[in-house]
Design a protein around this ligand. Structure first.
Ligand code: SF4
Length: 334
């Protein structure tokens, strides 16, 4: 039987973002800069990662507590060996199953992921210009390789693909109109993400943020848009549709228009630590009780306690909140 668990701000537990690995084949400057995540960086050893069985058990328990949507992330989730098998273990009626990827490995995996039950994929792409995109991903991957991944996902039936673009002033704000044009022509939904102070290593400052209002203004000058209401409580992006029918865009405005009041997201790291906020400084270890043989009752109690005590709303208090060492986004699953 499903109950709807709410936190101390009456926000229901609805979404779980699962990091399958803290490793990535990109070094995007706003998430995993090479200076920090370079040669000597100690990534999680395989034995420390939750097994597919453990992840599936946690999802089953959370579904009883109201979970409706799972998003598989990383690092880069497709670097987790055999992750389509996990997709097959998680796919079930009543559970919305999606993935966020950098797209590079999609040509190899898209069909298998679809066959196993993945419903949708969101791909990150921050520019259509190689010189800008390669400066961002810092591993020399050209735009064409990511576009190939998006096409493979669409051909496999994982579309329409949503594209996430992190906009940073002085880096790629000149790329947002060309990318919007590309998505209008291809029927892809483009979501603009304000540059965020996630983790501790991306050199964030407010001057580097291009607020959503400015992004919208730039778009409106070119193509009239009108607001679309939220499809459900907790929808991260504010949606706008082109008046000429050429699709939609989304604005994810954690800095300029915080949306903590409707945040229904829990995060599970690859090594089994639960976080109740993207900007968390500490989490709750689930792996130890899982591997110590805790029964479902014990685990359910732990999960209920964690969520019902939840009071996070970092983005609403940015700057005033205590500034402990935030968990890195590539570890927490974005
Ligand atoms: S800052 Fe934390 S509480 Fe606010 S929307 Fe983001 S994850 Fe949710």
């Amino acid at each position: 039987m499903t109950t709807t668990l709410t936190d101390s701000l009456e926000r229901p537990l609805r979404d779980l973002r699962i990091s399958l690995t803290d490793r990535c084949n990109f070094r995007c400057s706003y998430c995993m800069p090479a200076e920090t995540f370079g040669k000597g960086y100690r990534f999680l050893p395989r034995k420390e990662l939750l097994s597919f069985e453990e992840i599936t058990r946690v999802v089953g328990l959370l579904q009883e507590l109201g979970l409706q949507k799972v998003r598989l992330t990383g690092g880069e989730p497709l670097l987790r060996h055999d992750c389509s098998t996990l997709v097959g273990m998680l796919a079930r009626p009543g559970l919305d199953l999606a993935m966020t990827s950098n797209g590079l490995l999609l040509p190899r995996h898209a069909e298998q992921l679809k066959r196993q039950g993945l419903q949708r994929v969101t791909v990150s792409l921050d520019s259509l210009r190689d010189e800008v995109f390669q400066r961002i991903n810092d591993v020399g991957v050209p735009v064409s390789h990511v576009l190939e991944g998006i096409r493979a996902a669409e051909e496999a039936g994982l579309g329409p693909v949503k594209i996430n673009m992190v906009v940073k002033r002085g880096l790629n704000e000149e790329d947002l109109l060309p990318l919007a044009e590309h998505c209008r022509e291809t029927g892809r939904t483009l979501r603009f993400i304000e540059f965020m102070d996630v983790g501790n290593s991306n050199g964030w400052n407010r001057e580097s943020v291009v607020p959503s209002a400015e992004i919208l203004e730039r778009l409106q000058k070119r193509w009239p848009l009108e607001a679309v209401g939220a499809a459900y409580r907790g929808e991260v992006a504010r949606r706008w549709k082109y008046r000429d029918g050429a699709g939609e865009i989304g604005l994810i405005s954690s800095v300029s228009q915080a949306f903590c009041g409707d945040c229904t997201r829990l995060r599970l790291s690859a090594e089994g630590v639960l976080y109740t906020c993207l900007f968390a400084t500490r989490g709750s270890n689930l792996k130890t009780p899982l591997r110590a043989g805790a029964d479902d009752g014990k685990l359910r109690e732990l999960l209920q306690g964690l969520w019902s005590r939840r009071s996070d709303r970092y983005s609403e208090r940015r700057g005033s909140a205590g500034q402990g060492q935030r968990i890195e986004m590539s570890y927490i699953g974005g």
